[in-house]
Unconditional design. Structure first.
Length: 136
């Protein structure tokens, strides 16, 4: 839907309308679903700078495979160390671990959110101090 708005903005730019006039037309055409003022002005500026494409710019990947390999090889690796080794933000590493890889932090180790039936059968019984919650 956003690309349709961008095409409209590009059309208005090609018709030599100002950014303010474009904003009024976009808001009139799309109502509540229209892009906000800053986005309309940003895209007008991009088209004025010579941009032709209405698609998003290609963004760098989040190194999901690299983070997965590091955690697979060393489950005790700190998210800070992972972030430093790949030169990405610690919050991005934590997001990858939680959202993309389905892991959560448990006693300084990242483990899967849920275990399969086979994994439950094969898991090692935790030492008593872990079961009592003293590992926190």
């Amino acid at each position: 839907m956003v690309e349709i708005h961008r095409v409209t903005i590009k059309f208005c730019f090609k018709a030599s309308l100002s950014a303010t006039e474009t904003l009024v037309l976009v808001q009139k055409a799309y109502g509540n679903e229209a892009l906000n003022r800053s986005n309309v002005f940003r895209w007008c500026s991009r088209f004025q700078d010579g941009r032709e494409l209405v698609e998003n710019d290609e963004r760098g990947g989040r190194n999901i495979a690299a983070v997965a390999d590091l955690v697979k090889n060393d489950r005790l690796i700190a998210s800070r160390m992972t972030a430093e080794s790949w030169n990405i933000l610690k919050t991005v590493v934590l997001w990858i671990l939680k959202e993309d890889l389905g892991k959560r932090k448990l006693c300084a180790r990242f483990v899967p959110h849920s275990l399969t039936l086979e994994q439950r059968k094969d898991r090692v019984i935790l030492p008593r101090h872990y079961r009592d919650g003293r590992c926190r």
